[in-house]
Ligand binder design. Structure first.
Ligand SMILES: [Fe+2]
Length: 278
């Protein structure tokens, strides 16, 4: 099973650049073009939030037009720059979009024929760019995980459940992480957690689970560790991640940096016979 994770696209209305600088439509187009060229094709695309740059319906229309014809199932969850009501309007047939009383969040499990079950969590809070995993969201998760205790499960979410050391982004952190860790301690089938939000590639172990932040499709967060670290963002080429579930029941993750995607070359020092045997 091959998952392509695309995060933090930050699409804008026509003529507007994200943060005044980033042509995020062009960056997303570049990522989609690269994914179309992949062999093998991913089985699924996971979008871990911030499809829109600033809660604009036109951003979701643009996303739908750009991804039409990709031919790969895709799933998304909201980021802090998204709007649940607009997502529901733009993706009415997408799982998790029907609001239930007391459960206005967009969370769902994908129980396809994949060897790994996919669970989308909603860390968005409408009043703030910080995230939360409320008691209601975690009660939903507890129930969802109880349904299939033996199937390896990947959780995808926007805000990471850990502090990164980048103060500028840790300010917009996630509440409810201790209770989230408690839930995970009771459900050992969770093999991986993937996130967005920070616009950099970052990994740690959270509650015994490898947890990663994928670099953004849009602009990159400066590497500002601590209070005196750099702030702001860097314009880099877009990036995405591939998570390969291998025959040893383990995820292997690759970051794809399109900046260097200028050709494919054989190593001049490698044995040509080895390559032909693959
Ligand atoms: Fe973002």
């Amino acid at each position: 099973m091959l998952i392509a994770q695309i995060t933090d696209i930050h699409l804008t209305p026509n003529g507007v650049f994200a943060q005044g600088k980033a042509n995020t439509e062009q960056q997303f187009a570049q990522v989609l073009a690269a994914i179309k060229q992949l062999k093998p094709q991913p089985d699924v695309l996971l979008f871990t939030g911030d499809i829109a740059d600033n809660k604009q319906p036109v951003a979701y229309e643009k996303f739908r037009k750009m991804i039409a014809g990709i031919g790969i199932p895709y799933y998304l969850i909201p980021g802090n720059h998204d709007d649940r009501t607009m997502l529901r309007a733009a993706f009415p047939d997408h799982p998790g979009m029907s609001a239930r009383p007391g459960q206005d969040f967009i969370q769902y499990a994908i129980d396809e024929d994949f060897p790994v079950r996919l669970i989308g969590l909603d860390t968005h809070r409408p009043d703030n760019d910080k995230g939360d995993l409320s008691a209601e969201k975690l009660a939903w998760l507890e129930e969802a995980l109880s349904e299939q205790p033996d199937k390896p499960t990947l959780i995808f979410m926007h805000h990471p459940p850990f502090l990164t050391g980048i103060d500028e982004m840790d300010y917009y952190n996630l509440a409810g992480t201790e209770a989230f860790a408690d839930v995970l301690s009771r459900h050992k089938q969770v093999v991986r957690i993937i996130c967005g939000h920070v616009h950099r590639s970052i990994q740690t172990v959270f509650a015994g689970v490898l947890t990663s932040i994928a670099p953004a499709c849009a602009f990159t967060q400066a590497l500002g560790l601590g209070p005196d670290g750099a702030q702001g963002f860097i314009l880099e080429a877009p990036k995405y991640e591939l998570h390969l579930w291998n025959d040893r029941d383990n995820f292997i993750s690759h970051t794809v940096n399109l900046e260097y995607n200028s050709g494919a070359f054989a190593y001049p020092t490698h044995d040509a016979g080895f390559i032909s045997k693959q």
